[in-house]
Structure formats: structure tokens, C-alpha cells
Design a protein around this ligand. Structure first.
Ligand code: ADP
Ligand code: TYD
Length: 225
């Protein structure tokens, strides 16, 4: 059976994951590769419903508040479904799978942000995702402030245009995001072979410069035909 290649994008809200994922997908497709793109949460019928429960700030009052453990479990329910419906079949067919967020997000947001602890997240990952690991994780860690300003601006534009509300996480405190930023650094240090940081406090963090760094990284890692 042919083996695909699994790449995930990670970072804070507004760090540029979606922008870079789209650019990489277009570039790989233009070079003749079969690419399957998705996001967590979302990208399956069940996942889209879970996404709207998780991200809609109105869910908080409508559901009487989502507990941290319920939030974690919903993230993993979404992920299990996306693995079964999208990721595993695409990898088995030999495609390159690009996923906007995966289990590192749960470790950073629920494990550190909500303070549930890494061990609980890694145990869920083993139980629910059969420990499926990306071949490569592209981590975007520009300065915290820059990410948050961009995410808030984008969410307001989106809400005005689409009339949908994806703001629940946006209202979290600076401490919450500082813990997430630190967790990402910790995860990257723990797994340096899988995780590459392509934007940090130094250097040129323009969209084009980051795109070129990602292309070089992926070219060096992708199995050749
Ligand atoms: P994410 O998916 O990580 O939340 P997005 O790709 O949606 O981030 O980017 C958030 C906003 O910031 C978008 O309006 C995007 O155009 C802009 N943006 C993305 N990358 C950069 C960058 N390197 N420099 C400046 N603005 C950026
Ligand atoms: P996403 O739409 O990818 O956010 P953004 O484009 O702003 O980076 O993800 C939505 C939110 O869900 C984001 O705030 C991170 C959060 N999230 C978790 O808390 N845990 C998870 O496991 C995942 C996948 C996302």
C-alpha cells in the first residue's frame, strides 16, 4: 500500500497557519502532488457540528458553559472522526495530508491553557487516535502580541461578513495564551525531529519569507518518488 505524508500546522490563533497551509497546498499541487487539506476541529460533517459548538461564544450560555474536560473530549471526538474519514484514507492512498491543528493544539490549549496537564491529553491521544503522529509539524511562533492582534482583527472581519461567531477562545486572558505559547515551546523542545519552528521572535516574519522557509523544509523532508 502506498504511504502518504502527514504534515500539521500549529501555533496560536492568528499565527498564520491557515495562510501558510493554503500556500503550501497550492505549491505542492502545482508540482503534481496529491494534497488533502483539513482542519481540526472541522472538515467532516460531525466535525463541523462539533466546531460550531466549541467555537460559538453563544454556546457558553446556551449550554450552561462547556467544562474543560468536555471541551477536551469534544476536540478528540472531532479528531477521531477526521482520522477515520479523511486522514487515514488519504495517507493510505499516498496523498500528502495538511492539517490545520492536531493533538499538539489539545496539549497546548487544554493541557496548558486550561491546565488539564499534558499526561491526560497524551493518554487521550493514545486511546482515541491510536497515537497517530504527524511526520512533520510546522510550528509558527511569532511574538504572542502579533498573533493575537491579527486573530482578533480577522475574527471581527469574519463575523461581519459571514454573520457567524467564532469568538469563544478569543475572549480568554493573556495568561491563557502565555501558557499556550510556553507549552508549544516545550513540546517543540521535547520532539525536535518532528517539530520545526518556522517563525519566532527573530528574523523576517513576512508571509513570503515564512512561505519560503516552509517550502525548503518540506522539500528536504518529503519522500522522493
Ligand atoms: P491562523 O490560521 O494561525 O489563525 P491566519 O493564517 O488566519 O492565522 O492569519 C491571521 C491573519 O494574519 C490573516 O489576516 C493573515 O492575512 C494575517 N497574516 C498571516 N501571516 C502573517 C504574517 N506572517 N505577517 C503578517 N500578517 C499575517
Ligand atoms: P482555529 O479555527 O484553527 O483557530 P485559528 O485559525 O484562530 O488559529 O481553531 C479554533 C480554536 O480552537 C483555536 O482557538 C484553538 C482551539 N483548539 C483547542 O483549544 N484545542 C484543540 O485541540 C484544537 C484543535 C483547537
Amino acid at each position: 500500500m502506498p504511504n502518504g505524508y502527514f504534515i500539521t500546522f500549529e501555533g496560536l490563533d492568528g499565527s498564520g497557519k491557515t495562510t501558510q497551509l493554503r500556500r503550501l497546498a497550492a505549491w505542492l499541487a502545482a508540482s503534481g502532488r496529491t494534497v488533502v487539506s483539513l482542519r481540526n476541529p472541522g472538515s467532516t460533517p460531525l466535525g463541523d457540528r462539533i466546531r460550531s459548538i466549541l467555537l460559538d461564544s453563544r454556546s457558553e450560555s446556551a449550554l450552561g458553559g462547556i467544562t474543560s474536560l468536555a471541551e477536551m473530549a469534544l476536540m478528540f471526538a472531532d479528531r477521531a472522526q477526521s482520522i477515520a474519514e479523511v486522514i487515514s484514507p488519504a495517507l493510505a492512498a499516498g496523498s500528502i495530508v495538511l492539517c490545520d491543528r492536531f493533538t499538539d493544539s489539545s496539549e497546548a490549549y487544554q493541557g496548558a491553557g486550561r491546565q488539564l496537564g499534558s499526561q491526560r491529553i497524551l493518554a487521550m491521544h493514545a486511546a482515541v487516535c491510536n497515537n497517530l503522529l504527524p511526520d512533520l509539524t510546522i510550528l509558527l511562533l511569532p511574538p504572542l502580541e502579533a498573533s493575537l492582534v491579527r486573530a482578533r482583527r480577522r475574527n471581527h472581519r469574519h463575523a461581519e461578513k459571514e454573520g457567524t461567531d467564532e469568538n469563544r477562545f478569543e475572549r480568554e486572558s493573556d495568561d491563557f495564551y502565555t501558557r499556550i505559547h510556553g507549552a508549544y515551546e516545550h513540546i517543540a523542545a521535547r520532539e525536535p525531529h518532528r517539530i520545526a519552528i518556522v517563525a519566532n521572535d527573530d528574523g523576517d516574519n513576512s508571509i513570503d519569507a515564512i512561505e519560503l522557509r516552509i517550502r525548503a523544509l518540506v522539500t528536504g523532508r518529503l519522500p522522493h518518488d
